[in-house]
Design a protein around this ligand. Structure first.
Ligand code: 8YV
Length: 313
């Protein structure tokens, strides 16, 4: 397989990069490269390995006439034109399961950090304000809160399991009720927001989920309500979120994902009721290694002509 040309699309981890180099002829393509003007030898690539958030547009697929597989370094495939890949017979693999626990941990961490003002209080201590006599604002509690989970897939369920011992109630909304889930199913996102004190967004992204959390839903969550998002920025109407936070129509937000990463709406920087993270849900040593190994296992299966380990299509 050493002579098979593949594309590392965006900055991969050094481990994945080295492992790819041990197997393939690897071409580096920056994510902002114009697909139409790729060098001749790069156009020979038979596999594309995008760093999660980059995805794969119809244009990059069309620029690579020999492309057979897109091996995603992410569970999410919202930035991949799946219909285009399907139409062209290009296979797509992702990295489910291996990142579930770490992403769920971060969601719970963001809930605590937001409700208990952990980030703002850290800044208060560091600034010397505590030593000068300032005292922390009293916060809400996590224990006893009614938690709503939007999207009860693998990650949503892992979040629910972690919060079971402390939540007053756990409710969820998904496109369908999950038969074996011991949580209250709510038929729409609005009701979830109205009936819960905190909503954690754990749905997959993509066109169907775009703007699912809108201004009306934020108002239903209310001035004491907290929103956490570890899914995709696009699931929330970001302008409506900034407005709701500015006007204190919701209580706070813990956000790991944004519409235009790595750019975050600057209005959020000055807000102490917001906790901001640089899309780090899966960014632990264990999980990133496991994700890389799963990308490689899918590529090995493809080379061997075997079924993919974790196919999307
Ligand atoms: C990113 C993620 O892929 O798995 C996903 O869907 O969003 C993350 O794991 C990771 O940041 C690499 O891009």
């Amino acid at each position: 397989s050493h002579s098979i040309p593949v594309i590392a699309y965006g900055p991969l981890s050094s481990y994945l990069e080295a492992q790819l180099q041990a197997r393939f002829t690897v071409h580096q393509v920056p994510v902002d490269a114009d697909p139409a003007s790729l060098p001749e030898e790069v156009r020979e690539a038979r596999a594309l390995i995008p760093f999660g958030a980059v995805g794969a547009s119809a244009a990059i697929m069309d620029a690579l006439p020999k492309l057979e597989i897109i091996g995603l370094f992410s569970v999410g495939y919202d930035k991949v034109d799946i219909e285009h890949a399907r139409a062209k017979g290009i296979r797509v693999s992702n990295t489910p399961d291996v990142l579930t626990d770490d992403v769920a941990d971060l969601a719970v961490g963001l809930l605590y950090a937001t409700v208990r003002n952990i980030a703002a209080n850290d800044r208060m201590v560091r600034s010397g304000a505590w030593a000068r006599g300032e005292r922390p604002q009293l916060s809400g509690s996590v224990t006893g809160r009614r938690i709503g989970i939007l999207g009860l897939g693998r990650i949503g369920r892992a979040i629910a399991r972690r919060l079971e011992p402390v939540a007053g109630e756990i409710a969820y909304h998904s496109r369908r009720a999950v038969m074996d889930a011991p949580y209250r199913y709510v038929p729409d996102a609005m009701t979830l927001a109205r009936e819960c004190d905190a909503v954690i967004v754990a749905t997959s992204g993509g066109p169907e989920a775009r703007g699912l959390v809108d201004a009306a839903m934020l108002d239903a969550l209310g001035p004491q309500g907290v929103l956490v998002n570890i899914s995709r920025g696009s699931v929330i109407d970001e302008d409506a979120l900034v407005a709701a936070l500015t006007e204190r129509r919701i209580g706070g937000a813990g956000l790991d994902v944004f519409v235009n990463e790595p750019h975050v709406p600057e209005a959020l920087f000055a807000m102490d009721h917001v906790v901001l993270q640089p899309h780090q849900g899966s960014a632990t040593e264990n999980t990133r290694k496991a994700m890389a190994d799963l990308v490689l296992a899918n590529l090995d299966a493809w080379v061997a002509g075997e079924p993919l380990v974790t196919p999307v299509i």
